[in-house]
Design a protein around this ligand. Structure first.
Ligand SMILES: Cc1ncc(COP(=O)(O)O)c(C=O)c1O
Length: 516
């Protein structure tokens, strides 16, 4: 078990002191340096603005050397991921004021390495099983570093091929998830933004059917809107709030017995009750607690009798398409009008990254178009510039890490990650089921194990259990409530996780249960 103090923080590699101006902080009298670990005091102690310019000039002259040092530091962090405590209880450092003159990159790295980094979780590590958290494959991380180095704004083709790389990446992703060519996609920051974009297009479609332009007249022109869903993720309510449709627009439809999947007969009944009034249906492909899947084909078939926009939240469930034994779970995904897929989950690219797909790019451009004389024109109706397709105008080239990992490992490599995670989740599920202290709350359908204490579990006991697991440093699991039962979830979506990690997680679960 890890000591909570954890492995030593990776040392920031020392740089040569001989270079001209190699960090003014080193030139300070010892007493001054010892007094304040961060720019806390430096701001007042140091010469003025000229000094800051010197530091920037010095860093500029040393870019290759400094970046080598950052690379070496990052590599040591990566090498330590297996042993670093999976998560940390928050112990915040003393607040520090804005540094006035700054301390230069080399000193800033040292301050970060002592003041902040030891408190960071092993998020990309193999036993961080909280939420649904991917790691970063080597190629994805390389792509992420290069994203910063190249610093492209891919929202228009005016100056760069970067948007074309994004288009290629989106086409690869569409292929990966088996979506038809009619689905066009755009990168966004996460599944919440992907759901928001999909529902914004749905809102515009409702306007089209009712003969109003929501983009021009506002959401109020629509009147009340009904959003039908079985087990929607909380981000759906957030999106509806942002879109002016309101959280209370959601009408929860009954579920299949003992499941989180929607009862399609009950959905049909709700649609009949709407009597031809167009609605939005949010189908769920991979619920966060038990990874349950709505029957997408059956839902899509209801459009023959009822007018509705079908949005599918397949944040991580879309990856079932990569496993021959599980692809049936997402059969019918291509029939959706809009689809949300997160990439910082199971594609194993660093935060933040997701993609949104839709068959109605024209409506999307109507919602998000950003007309200004100095910006890119709308472009071809079927292929508008990205600036006209999402809430952001400027953004980073999020596609590059995804491009790199798909180029490096291909469909097969990523299918392997999915298969391994599914196997590991099933294994942990079996081990938990065999422990008298615990019981599974649902079969392990894909990559999440949802379980609780066999003795009637109170929220306090589950919270204590989660804290004890976190305190051990061995693993990080998050708590939840399923059907009113407080529970724990272990979500597998990291390419680094192995059987040896499942051994360690099972061991710590056994230990904390015996103390609970
Ligand atoms: C099904 C589902 N939808 C949406 C989200 C929101 O994802 P993000 O935090 O990337 O916005 C999640 C996150 O776990 C999810 O599981």
């Amino acid at each position: 078990m890890n000591d909570r103090s954890g492995p030593a923080t990776p040392r920031v590699p020392a740089l040569s002191n001989d270079l001209p101006g190699a960090g003014h902080a080193r030139d300070l009298p010892e007493a001054d340096r010892a007094r304040e670990p961060l720019g806390a005091g430096h701001a007042h102690d140091l010469p003025g603005a000229g000094h800051a310019r010197d530091l920037l000039g010095t860093d500029r002259a040393r870019v290759p050397e400094l970046m080598e040092a950052v690379r070496a530091y990052a590599v040591r962090i990566l090498d330590g991921l297996d042993d670093r405590p999976a998560a940390r209880a928050p112990v915040r450092p003393e607040p520090a004021p804005l540094p006035e003159a700054g301390i230069g990159l080399e000193e800033a790295m040292e301050v970060f390495a002592t003041r902040w980094e030891p408190g960071f979780a092993s998020g990309p590590g193999p036993r961080y099983l909280g939420f649904v958290t991917g790691g970063a494959t080597p190629a994805a991380l390389a792509g992420d570093w290069l994203t910063g180095a190249l610093d492209q704004n891919p929202t228009s083709n005016l100056d760069s091929l970067a948007p074309d790389l994004e288009r290629e990446t989106v086409a690869w992703l569409r292929d990966l998830f088996g979506l038809p060519a009619g689905h066009r996609g755009t990168f966004v920051s996460g599944a919440t933004m992907s759901n928001l974009a999909g529902l914004a297009i749905a809102r515009e479609w409702l306007g089209e059917v009712r003969g109003v332009s929501v983009a021009e007249e506002g959401a109020a022109a629509l009147g009340p809107v009904t959003v039908l869903s079985g087990s929607p993720h909380s981000s759906i309510a957030k999106a509806l709030s942002v879109l002016g449709l309101g959280r209370s627009a959601i009408r929860h439809v009954g579920l299949l017995p003992g499941r989180e999947a929607i009862d399609v007969d009950l959905l049909a009944r709700e649609l009949e009750r709407l009597d031809g009034t167009p609605a939005i249906v949010v189908a769920n492909a991979g619920t966060v607690n038990t990874v349950d899947f709505d029957d997408l084909r059956a839902i899509a078939a209801l459009r023959e009798r009822h007018p509705f926009w079908l949005h599918v939240d397949a944040a991580f469930g879309a990856f079932a398409a990569l496993s021959a034994g599980h692809a049936h779970l997402v059969a019918g995904l291509g029939e959706a009008d809009s689809v949300c897929v997160d990439l910082h989950k199971w594609l194993n690219v660093p935060y933040d990254s997701a993609v949104q797909f839709t068959r109605r790019r024209d409506l999307q451009a109507r919602v998000f178009q950003n007309a200004a004389a100095y910006l890119a024109p709308l472009g071809d109706e079927t292929e508008p510039e990205f600036v006209h397709l999402t809430p952001e105008n400027s953004r980073r080239l999020r596609a590059l890490p995804a491009w790199f990992t798909l180029a490096a490992y291909g469909r097969e490599g990523h299918a392997g990650i999915v298969r391994d995670c599914v196997t590991l989740a099933a294994d942990l599920g079996e081990r938990i089921a065999a422990m008298p202290a615990y019981r599974l709350l649902a079969p392990v359908r894909l990559n999440v194990v949802c379980f609780t204490l066999s003795d009637p579990p109170s929220p306090a006991r589950i919270a204590e259990l989660a804290d004890a697991i976190t305190a051990s440093g061995e693993a990080f699991l998050t708590t939840t409530v399923l059907d009113g039962v407080p529970a724990l979830r272990a979500a597998f979506s990291n390419w680094r996780t192995t059987e040896a990690d499942v051994d360690r997680v099972a061991k710590i679960l056994g230990e904390v249960a015996s103390r609970a």
